[in-house]
Design a protein around this ligand. Structure first.
Ligand code: SAM
Ligand code: DTB
Ligand code: SF4
Length: 339
């Protein structure tokens, strides 16, 4: 089972030259990782790749320590954007009920429960292209109050301008999540209502405001190994790379354009984690969406490959997450420690 026939990405990469250059040629624009080098990592025999990822992981982190974040969708559905994987796009008919921004007290109840469950970070997600002034003011209040509970805060609200990023920084926001999601040459095949450059601009504004960056992507959209190499290259070549790198496995929602594609070889998911670990040695690599469909053994391989963060708790945004009780048992069986 491999992703040899791309789902939608039938076209050739827009800039094949970068892929064709010899691995020892100087990287363009001062980039530290050439796509060809990253492709070479993906092409390593599985056990060799795992060994290298473990070496890098142990040189930078204590093995077995896993950070836990809990997610809450604070504003669900009805999004103006057309991201091909997303259950929350208004134009996709996924049967999802659109909801208003949650009231502060309800958010705090979830945050207290997350803290009681041993999460160190609380991530609030909103299905917006970008936040309106009134909505941002309400989210800022949530950030302030969640921080008072002693939790790290993360929000993902869509595109931001510089002023909005500074406002969030002033409220003490710790992380902003904004994913690049796939390789540059494929972005336009997945989303048409905004560009990859829009997303990179937001990430830059977040960075300039002094907020930690959480940025990653989705695998299993039919992108192939070259597409996964392009995704990792973008992230690893950010200066600095994101502090937090969520690697999501596509959750296939009936009614979305990307539903029903060919299944990803689970080892290719593990390879993506390992390559992220090797190329971003100091970042937390998060084993993110799709975990509820993974066996304990597959998750253990992801931890071996260098994943050291998970989403913990019963829900992601609109999809179910792995069961918290099962996670606690898995941590005990593997001797993992939550940080
Ligand atoms: N609207 C904001 C945005 O697009 O950044 C925040 C919410 S959006 C749902 C956050 C991220 O969730 C996306 O960038 C994508 O990586 C991930 N995601 C969304 N739907 C997914 C799916 N079906 N499978 C895997 N990951 C998904
Ligand atoms: C990220 O990279 N993954 C999270 C978080 N950032 C916001 C979201 C996953 C969403 C999975 C699909 C859903 O629950 O709707
Ligand atoms: Fe909207 Fe974010 Fe979903 Fe795209 S990924 S449709 S921007 S909620």
């Amino acid at each position: 089972m491999t992703t040899t026939s791309p789902l939608r990405f039938a076209g050739k990469p827009a800039s094949p030259a970068a892929n064709d250059a010899p691995a020892d040629a100087p990287a363009p624009g001062g980039a530290r990782w050439r796509v060809a080098e990253i492709e070479a990592l993906f092409a390593l025999p599985f056990l060799e790749l795992m060994f290298r990822a473990q070496e890098v992981h142990r040189a930078h982190f204590r093995a077995g320590e896993v950070q836990r974040s809990t997610l809450l969708s604070i504003k669900t559905g009805g999004c103006s954007e057309d991201c091909g994987y997303c259950s929350q796009a208004a134009r996709h008919h996924t049967g999802l009920e659109r909801e208003r921004l949650l009231p502060l007290e309800e958010v705090l109840e979830h945050a207290r429960a997350a803290r009681a469950n041993g999460s160190s970070r609380f991530c609030m997600g909103a299905a917006w292209r970008s936040p309106r002034e009134k909505d941002l003011a309400a989210v800022i209040e949530m950030v302030r109050e969640v921080k008072k509970l002693g939790l790290e805060t993360c929000v993902t609200l869509g595109m931001l301008d510089g002023k909005q990023a500074r406002q969030l920084a002033e409220a003490g926001l710790d992380y902003y999540n904004h994913n690049v999601d796939t390789a540059p040459e494929y972005y336009g095949e997945v989303v048409t209502t905004h560009t990859l450059q829009d997303r990179l601009d937001t990430i830059e504004k977040v960075r300039e405001a002094g907020i930690n960056v959480c940025s990653g992507g989705i695998v299993g959209m039919g992108e192939g190994q070259g597409g996964r190499a392009g995704l990792i290259a973008q992230l690893a070549n950010m200066s600095p790379p994101p502090e937090s790198v969520p690697i999501n496995k596509l959750i296939s929602f009936p009614g979305t354009p990307l539903a029903g594609g060919e299944a990803l070889d689970p080892f290719d998911f593990v390879r993506t984690i390992a390559v992220a670990r090797i190329t971003m040695p100091e970042s937390f690599v998060r084993l993110s969406a799709g975990r509820e469909q993974m066996s304990d053994e597959l998750q253990a391989l992801c931890f071996m490959a260098g994943a050291n963060s998970i989403f913990y708790g019963e829900r992601l945004l609109t999809a179910d997450n792995a069961d918290a009780g099962d996670d606690a048992r898995l941590f005990a069986r593997l001797g993992l420690v939550s940080i």
